[in-house]
Ligand binder design. Structure first.
Ligand code: NAP
Ligand code: MG
Length: 498
């Protein structure tokens, strides 16, 4: 199977040696020698066997990150030198873009062009944005007035200091981008990192570790432990040597990770699930809304935390929009990542495919109607047909739960307050999009939507300068922008009596 993908010599060479994790600047095996396999989701074939880290391996990685944090070569490095290193890393990722895109596409199932011009390009852009921050982190000065020291000459100021060793746990939907989201601000702030990629998609994190080394970061500043969530991930989340946990993944696991982190008072940011509404107002440009709604749910096979998985269309145009999206779904060409004709790839794993199919079956059983799709595609690999369900109600699990697959539920609404209440009627609050040019209606809705991001006439578009994160059970904290870098710092207050 792999032969027919036409992988480059560089990618084949990497795959032949991809049997390591990365601690203290070198490839290592798990102490107990256990391994697990990574798969090509388009065929179900194994592509690599990686070390399955246990608690003792996580200990070793955290110790390496601690030593690197205390190493003057990193601790005393000037901000402009950190800036240069992060830029060098971004340059190296760009120089290796074809290989990274191939590895990502092979391991995740996303199209190789999307991996290259979407994922790899976004990771580079994100790191370059973050490279600008080390020299801009600053504290404040103030003149204290302490009532019981009226004659003292006091001077107060604050310092931003790196929080220390960071444990970063990431999902499989955008493996390289997620690694960049964690590493960029952590390194900009001067932290050191232990990164745990998802068991499904460890490959690009390992290649990234090599590039970090090549860029000139001291050994131990970035470590990568491969392994299973309930072993390597749980050990990292609960490790007393970790000062901050940053996690992206499901709300369920996010809660476990958060509880473990709090026991050590580790700082915490959680970017969790979503069930983001796409709301089409009566004045919307119907063509744009149809295309936008289809992209919002089908991009990356729907495996996007902000996927527009609930479509609410004003009843005056519901049929046109719902049928338009269903017709796009019907025509989508499913295939592997390396076929130019492919418009939708497989889901990441057999488990994810089964999970998504389970939701579809449950929805259909409860009375939903499939306007498009409605099951697995008849072919090898973990494919699910792009699916549009109508005749749904707000209590159904397909409307309430994050499916994380190419499944859209579509319903109509009559007025703005009604659709606002329904849009806000899940436990999640990550994203939402409004499709309208009616400024008055749009401005009425934006403050009333409980979501970390609201898009207008677009969806799933992110910029490193805009903070990203969730309301309600979609998470705690913000990634991107100044907020992300500052979340990897402690604020120290200094008071001087001069
Ligand atoms: P997940 O279980 O939340 O996994 C995310 C990360 O956490 C992975 O690195 C995982 O490792 C790790 N992990 C799992 N159990 C852990 C534990 N007990 N302690 C510490 N870390 C742990 O997500 P998933 O299994 O990949 O997917 C399940 C569902 O989560 C999806 O269907 C989707 O609904 C949701 N999800 C959401 C996002 C998002 O961005 N919002 C991303 C991914 C998944 P392993 O990979 O080794 O298990
Ligand atoms: Mg998992």
């Amino acid at each position: 199977m792999l032969e027919q993908y036409g992988l480059s010599a560089e990618s084949r060479a990497f795959l032949e040696t991809a049997n390591f994790m990365w601690i203290d600047g070198e490839p290592v095996q798990a102490a107990a020698g256990q391994t697990f396999e990574a798969f090509d989701p388009a065929s179900g074939q194994p592509i690599a066997a990686l070390p399955a880290a246990q608690a003792e391996d996580v200990d070793r990685a955290v110790a390496s990150a601690r030593a690197a944090f205390d190493n003057p070569a990193w601790r005393m490095m000037r901000p402009n030198q950190r800036e240069r290193l992060i830029h060098r890393l971004a340059d190296l990722i760009e120089a290796n873009a074809p290989q990274l895109a191939e590895l990502e596409a092979l391991n995740n199932g996303k199209g190789v062009k999307i991996a290259r011009y979407g994922d790899v390009a976004s990771a580079v852009n994100y790191l370059r944005y973050m490279a600008g921050w080390p020299t801009k982190l600053e504290g404040q000065t103030m003149e204290p007035s302490v009532p019981y020291m009226p004659d003292a000459n006091l001077f107060g100021y604050t310092r931003r200091e790196p929080v220390g060793v960071v444990g970063a746990i990431i999902p499989w939907n955008f493996p390289l981008v997620m690694a960049a989201w964690k590493l960029g601000p952590a390194l900009a702030a001067g932290c050191t990192v232990v990164l745990k990629p998802a068991e499904e998609t460890p490959l690009t994190a390992l290649r990234l570790a090599q590039l970090v080394q090549e860029a000139g970061f001291p050994p131990g500043v970035v470590n990568v432990v491969t392994g299973l969530g309930d072993q390597a991930g749980a050990a990292l989340a609960a490790h007393p040597g970790v000062n901050k946990i940053t996690f992206t993944g499901s709300t369920e696991v996010g809660k476990l990770v958060g509880k473990a982190a709090i026991d050590n008072m580790a700082r915490l940011s959680l970017e969790l699930g979503g069930k983001s509404p796409v709301i089409v107002l009566p004045d919307a440009d119907i063509k744009a809304a149809v295309r936008g709604a289809a992209n919002a749910i089908f991009f990356n096979q729907g495996q996007v935390c902000t996927a527009g998985s609930r479509l609410y269309v004003h009843r005056s145009i519901f049929d046109q929009v719902a049928e338009g999206v269903a017709s796009i779904a019907d025509k989508m060409v499913l295939g592997d990542a390396f076929n130019d004709a492919t418009q939708m790839g497989p889901l990441v794993s057999a488990r994810q495919q089964q999970r998504v199919l389970g939701y579809i079956e449950q929805g259909l059983r409860q009375g939903a109607e499939a306007l498009a799709g409605g099951g697995a595609a008849e072919r090898d690999g973990y494919f699910v047909k792009p699916t549009v369900l109508s005749q749904v109600n707000d209590q159904m699990s397909v409307v309430q739960q994050e499916i994380f697959g190419p499944v859209l539920v579509a319903d109509s609404f009559s007025d703005l307050d009604e659709v606002l209440a329904r849009a806000n009627g899940t436990q999640y609050g990550l994203g939402a999009s409004l499709w309208s040019n009616d400024l008055k209606a749009v401005h009425y809705m934006i403050p009333r939507i409980q979501a970390g991001t609201v898009w207008v006439n677009t969806h799933n578009v992110l910029d490193p300068a805009l903070p990203f994160g969730g309301y309600k059970q979609s998470g705690i904290g913000r990634e991107m922008a100044r907020q992300a870098v500052e979340s990897f710092t402690e604020t120290k207050a200094v008071l001087m009596n001069l």
